[in-house]
Structure formats: C-alpha cells, structure tokens
Design a protein around this ligand. Structure first.
Ligand code: SIN
Ligand code: FE2
Length: 238
C-alpha cells in the first residue's frame, strides 16, 4: 500500500465509505434524470434509474446483510472458483458447490439462516416487478453479487426456482457493466445492454428462462461502492 492509498477512506467489509469530498461532488452534480422504463423483450424491461433514489438506503442495509453473511467465492459444480463474490438474504439463498446448484435455508459457511431481507430491498423489488406488469411479487430470495474489475458471469438461465410464474428482478449498483440478454437457447445471440448505477432489469413470463450474463467488469471507481459493482437479484425460489 503506498502513501496515496493510505489517505483513502478505509473500505468497510469491501464497501467504500463516502468521503466528505464525495458528498461535495454529489451536491455539485447535475440533477438526476427521472427513472424511465424501456421494453427489452416480451415480459422484460429495463427500469433505468429505478433504484437511484433508494441506492443509499439499499447499500446501508446491505452492510448489515454482509456482516451476518459475508461475501464468498463459491465453487461451480465443475470445481472452479467463481469470480463474482456472493451471499444471500431472505428465507432462501442460492448456493453453488461441487454437488451442484441449489437453494438452501441455511448459509453453508455457518449453518445459520440467511439474514432477513431488508424492507428496503423488498419494497424496491416489488415496485420494480410491478413496472413490468408483475403485481404482487413477493421474493423469498435475494442473491447479492459483488463484481470487482475482471469478474464476469457466463451465460446461464435462472432455473433452480420452484415456480417460474414469478419474475426475476435484478438491481445494479455502483460501477457500470454490460449485461448480456440472450434467448431461450444458449446458442441464441445475446444483446449487449449497458447497465448503470440504479438500473433495474425485470424478466418474467415469456422471458423468464432467457439466458443472461455479465461481461468482465471494467476498472473504475464509484462514489458509493468503490471498485465494485453490486447486483441484487430477487427471486421467488420456494
Ligand atoms: C445474475 O444473473 O445472478 C446476476 C446478473 C447481474 O449481475 O446483473
Ligand atoms: Fe441469473
């Protein structure tokens, strides 16, 4: 660590702390553009900036989740360490290890239930789903994905959930990323969708089993998350 690094705010459990400088910078910034909804495919939308106004509350509540269930790099069924660090909150948590993928009510690292889903998470997820026409979304699982530069998520379907009638709600915070939104076959060409801090993607109904992924994160610095992108993915799993 060099002298310049030592003057930077210390990250709390991997999250950057906002310095006074950042607060002044935020006050100087031009007013945020209001949220808007873009259709992506039948059953899928991007709610641009949908999480921007509550991002601070989400990240504050996330800290409590991370204290109880720290981020970790899970193993794929093939035995590879995932580049994205993950944890969960809610009644069920998504887990991967050499035996496969599953939802589990307990954190395998400490055998305790996953931390409760914060009210701020639940409220945003329900509002986002409603934007896409999925009223009454009641997620019981929230996967927290933390990307550092170079981390990526290869094309996959979310299909470990019991009931595909509920949509997936995916919230982007911090550094921008390129989201891949493919078809229902792995070989279908995937659209490249840039996602910024505060954007929310919802896919359900005819889009529920679309393949998706995230390209390797570019190097960067974000006032709220430092060198990271945080993704919150809400599901009805049980
Ligand atoms: C996921 O598919 O679980 C995460 C997607 C994302 O990080 O945007
Ligand atoms: Fe996914």
């Amino acid at each position: 660590m060099n002298a310049r690094d030592r003057t930077r705010p210390e990250p709390v459990a991997g999250m950057a702390v906002r310095s006074t400088m950042d607060l002044f910078a935020a006050a100087d910034a031009s007013p945020p553009t209001p949220p808007s909804t873009e259709p992506l495919a039948p059953g899928a939308i991007v709610w641009r900036g949908g999480a921007a106004s509550c991002a601070g509350a989400l990240l504050a509540d996330l800290q409590g989740v991370l204290d109880a269930a720290p981020l970790r790099h899970m193993l794929t069924p093939g035995g590879f360490r995932m580049s994205v660090a993950m944890t969960n909150c809610g009644a069920l948590g998504w887990v991967s290890d050499v035996t496969g993928y599953r939802y589990d009510a307990a954190d395998p690292d400490n055998a305790r239930p996953w931390p409760a889903m914060p009210r701020s998470f639940l409220d945003l997820a329900t509002r986002a789903a409603a934007q896409a026409g999925f009223d009454g979304f009641a997620p019981d699982a929230c996967l927290v994905n933390r990307y550092e530069p170079g981390a990526r998520l290869s094309l996959h379907q979310d299909r470990n959930e019991r009931d595909f009638r509920a949509p997936i709600v995916s919230v982007s915070l911090g550094l921008p990323a390129v989201f891949l939104f493919g078809g229902t076959k792995r070989s279908d060409r995937a659209a490249r969708l840039p996602l910024a801090h505060g954007d929310v993607v919802v896919w359900g109904g005819p889009a529920r089993l679309r393949y998706h992924g995230v390209l390797a994160l570019k190097e960067g610095q974000h006032a709220l998350t430092g060198r990271h992108r945080i993704n919150l993915t809400f599901r009805r799993a049980g």
